[in-house]
Design a protein around this ligand. Sequence first.
Ligand SMILES: N[C@@H](CCC(=O)N[C@@H](CS)C(=O)NCC(=O)O)C(=O)O
Length: 230
Amino acid sequence: MSDFVVYGSPLSPFVRKVEAVLHHAGAAYEFEAVNIFDMPDWFVEISPARRIPVLRDKTIATEGIPGTIADSSAICLFLEKRLQAGLFGSSAYEGGRAAWFEEYADTVLAQPTGMGLFRPIIFPRFSGKPSDVEAARKTWADTMPKLFDYLETALDDRPFFLGDTYSIADISVGAQMTQIDLILGLPDAGRWPALARHTEEMKTRPGFRENLATCSGLISAMLPQKVQLD
Ligand SMILES: N[C@@H](CCC(=O)N[C@@H](CS)C(=O)NCC(=O)O)C(=O)O
């Protein structure tokens, strides 16, 4: 018997982030699929920004708005407090740094990853059309290297963004980087070795493993091979 329901699609990196936090905290949950192309009215009520994921804590309420939280960052903060997940470091400064990388991943990294890479590669495939590889190639060449440079420098050859401590920073960046890996592969390990190592590590972490296995199944049906952009 689980206390939580995650509403969304496993293909969303923000859903992956929430699943990774739930697994890290050892919490069982149910998954309820939501079609983002045709959101039902009941879902818009619990997600006024019309975004996935939403989390429900069934110990608060099993239907309607009570017990629900929208937005992955709000959900992860709730789970940190509700389950003592231990994902915001051990000092005020580490907590702030972790929250900063979470914000960077969810905005600066997520925007080109979603709109500039995932969307042009995968969305045409939903209707059997070829990927817009040129659009993705432009994002890959013009936008991504600066972001990868920043993350490489921030890791500073350490395993995690807070050093030796796994945190919401790793989960948030990992959720986006594994989205890239699903369709294109890892960033060049010669140019961004720490980031490539970090992404490989995230793929093995609780929640990532399960989510990525599901995603690989869904994506391989549309995209039999990863797209080569370099
Ligand atoms: N800030 C939100 C972003 C969530 C988000 O953008 N989700 C996308 C899927 S990856 C979505 O729901 N898109 C629906 C749409 O654009 O209509 C969060 O952290 O949860």
